[in-house]
Design a binder for this molecule. Structure first.
Ligand SMILES: [Zn+2]
Length: 672
């Protein structure tokens, strides 16, 4: 029996042969791929020849070719089109993958070869890219604990494994609390809610097996309820339940998990020789030091808080005019803010939507990439993993660059959110390999499918990540495309969102689904003018979370994280009527794994650059300025992780960015 995952793929552009792949093919293919990887690493480690860059580092770059190919298909399908069988496989293989990578970093002979190369690097005549890959390989082994011996090495392995268990429990507790709570609504309680929110509340009621509409703790249901429900008593109950997730006592309480996690992270950093976990974590990021993160966050915090305080006064006055003569509370903010948005901007989502057709917005994203980088997109007639997924060939001057897969519609087999991933990454080592790049979103299906403005922004965002993969032009796969620092990776994506705000883009592509009429100028103006509305609130709730995250990891681990959180908020003067975007017991970015631990600031760090980078086009006098686009491609979009992020940015812009463009973009530059 042949396994299609392990055969040569003779399909167009060597796309995975989705039609032939069955779920039962994955386990044997993954096992074979892990075995092939083990054999390849073993051969490198046991090579009797002295280590060279080619026989060690380049050989390692190619050691996981089969695994990359098989896992590339498997992990993308588990995210975009899960079946119970695929989910069970994922639970089964997640610990096996992690054990596999530990085996590699704990291989003493392999580590010795890397160390020898690193110590003699000045004599090896390496290209700049090779020197970079050697540095990154040495660094990732060091940070994984390869240089530790004896008890310290064993303790680090224990700590990492305990942290993985705590992260999983944190997430499962959070999901349990989110699943368990709901509030039944009478028909009269629906007053004031827009149709889409009522429909969602009824659907949620059906799902919970309740005869009637309910409010749940899902962001897409509770936020509209807080925005639109005039029932202050119900808003208070819902808000309090929402912010109590992970802190309800009993088995699903996350507070003790947070405490133990912070203590073990501190120990992990100590074993590796760092003062604090934040120092360890930020070393490989663009920010480098906790102080740099704090400086940025405080520069944004002060004007955001001033704006929020001014807004709070206006909202309080509106509430008092309603005859509610008490202090403005967190469950009041969204409700009065929504009223104020209508009064000041007269922006109605329902009137906007027919102009934002999915296919037209895809065309808009493609059109901008054509004007900026000369890319052309032609639909491919190929069978993918799901009928809703579509593929295009991406070319420039007739030359093949990439395959782009767009999988835009929500379905129950897809995880929530939106993301960009590569089923195959660009590299030149071992023969030129061009990427297969996916954008996966959760837009509502329709005929034609219509987007909200936020959806359209998401489409542009993910397409910006896709460009980073498609334009990649490096030799080594480990530094290809989006393999860059976390606080740099959102630059291409957040930057691309700016083109949606260039008026000529919507003027050209936003046409009414029924009449074909372009979006009225007045509506477009109102839409663009409303972009910075309530930015004080949005910035405050985000920055407060980022500062608490930083404080948790920069200094001794707190014995009581909730008390430490309260201290931070008191110190920065958190406005009374705004809650943290994520508080400790449900701060999954920080506690359900360490991806964003002391890293929640990353979005804002990238925003400093994207705001400043877009200004480069404005300074050139043309949002499609060819010379600026060329610099962007050369130094950022094609460069992957081939240099340090600040060197890449400086090469593009001639200098590092200041925070001014970000404040202007958020409308916080003129706060009194
Ligand atoms: Zn992103």
């Amino acid at each position: 029996m042949t396994n299609p995952l392990l055969q040569d793929w003779t399909t167009p552009f060597e796309l995975p042969p989705f039609e032939a792949i069955r779920d039962e093919d994955f386990a044997p293919a993954l096992d074979a791929a892990l075995d092939a990887g083990r054999a390849a690493y073993e051969a490198i480690a046991e090579n009797p020849e002295p280590p060279t860059f080619a026989n060690t580092i380049e050989a390692m770059e190619l050691a996981d070719e089969t695994l990359d190919r098989v896992a590339g298909v498997f992990l993308n399908l588990v995210g975009a089109d899960a079946t119970p069988a695929r989910e069970a496989l994922q639970r089964d293989y997640a610990p096996r993958f992690s054990a596999y990578y530990s085996e590699i970093t704990n291989n003493r002979a392999l580590w010795q070869r890397i160390k020898t190369l690193w110590e003699t690097r000045d004599t090896l005549n390496l290209t700049a890219e090779q020197a970079r890959v050697l540095m990154l390989t040495h660094r990732s082994f060091t940070r994984a604990g390869a240089a530790l011996e004896g008890a310290a090495s064993e303790r680090l392995t224990e700590v990492k494994s305990r942290l993985a268990v705590l992260g999983t429990s944190f997430m499962q507790n959070l999901l349990a609390d989110e699943r368990d709570w709901f509030m039944e609504l009478d028909e009269a309680d629906l007053e004031g809610l827009p149709d889409f929110a009522i429909a969602a509340a009824r659907a949620a009621g059906e799902e919970k097996g309740v005869d009637g509409p309910v409010v749940t703790l899902s962001r897409s249901i509770i936020v509209p309820f807080l925005q639109f429900s005039p029932r202050r008593d119900l808003r208070e109950i819902a808000y309090k339940a929402w912010t109590a997730r992970g802190a309800n006592g009993g088995e699903t309480d996350n507070r003790e998990i947070a405490r133990e996690t912070l203590r073990l992270r501190e120990e992990r950093a100590g074993l590796l020789g760092y003062d604090t976990f934040a120092d360890f974590k930020l070393e490989t990021e663009m920010a480098k030091h906790p102080g740099a993160v704090r400086d940025l966050l405080m520069q944004v915090w002060e004007p955001a808080k001033a704006q929020a305080d001014a807004d709070a006064e206006k909202l309080t006055a509106m509430m008092h005019a309603d005859g509610v003569n008490v202090d403005l509370e967190p469950w009041d903010w969204r409700y009065y803010s929504e009223k104020r948005r209508k009064a000041e901007h007269d922006l109605d989502e329902a009137a906007l939507k027919p102009y934002l057709q999915l296919d037209a917005m895809i065309d808009a994203a493609f059109d901008c990439a054509n004007r900026l980088f000369g890319l052309e997109f032609s639909p491919l007639d190929v069978t993918l993993y799901h009928a809703d997924a579509r593929a295009w060939e991406v070319t420039r001057n007739g030359e093949h660059l990439a395959v782009f897969i767009g999988d835009y519609f929500a379905r129950s087999s897809k995880r929530s959110g939106a993301w960009c991933s590569a089923m195959r990454s660009q590299k030149k080592l071992g023969g030129e390999t061009r990427p297969i790049v996916m954008n996966v979103c959760n837009f509502a299906k329709g005929d034609p499918a219509l987007l909200s403005y936020d959806d359209a922004r998401t489409l542009f965002h993910e397409f910006g990540h896709a460009l980073h993969q498609m334009l990649s032009d490096v030799t080594y796969g480990s530094i290809s495309g989006t393999s860059v620092a976390r606080d740099f990776v959102e630059l291409p994506s957040q930057l691309y969102e700016h083109w949606l705000e260039v008026p000529e883009v919507l003027e050209k592509h936003a046409k009414h689904a029924r009449t074909g009429e372009p979006m009225p100028k007045q509506l477009l103006d109102r839409l663009l003018a409303a972009q910075t509305y309530d930015m004080g609130f949005q910035t405050v709730e985000y920055v407060a979370s980022a500062l608490v995250d930083l404080d948790f990891h920069h200094g001794p681990a707190p014995s009581d994280p909730m008390a430490a959180q309260a201290e931070t908020l008191a110190r920065i003067g958190m406005p009374h009527a705004i809650g943290m975007r994520h508080a400790t017991p449900h701060f999954a970015h920080v506690f359900a794994g360490d991806g964003y631990s002391s890293g929640y600031y990353s979005y804002m760090w990238s925003e400093v650059m994207d705001a400043d980078a877009f200004e480069a086009f404005e300074e050139a006098g043309d949002p499609f300025d060819a010379e600026t686009a060329k610099l962007l491609e050369t130094h950022i979009l094609s460069a992957g992780g081939s240099r340090e992020a600040d060197a890449l940015y400086t090469a593009f812009r001639g200098r590092m960015p200041g925070v001014e463009a970000l404040l202007k973009g958020r409308g916080l530059d003129k706060v009194a």
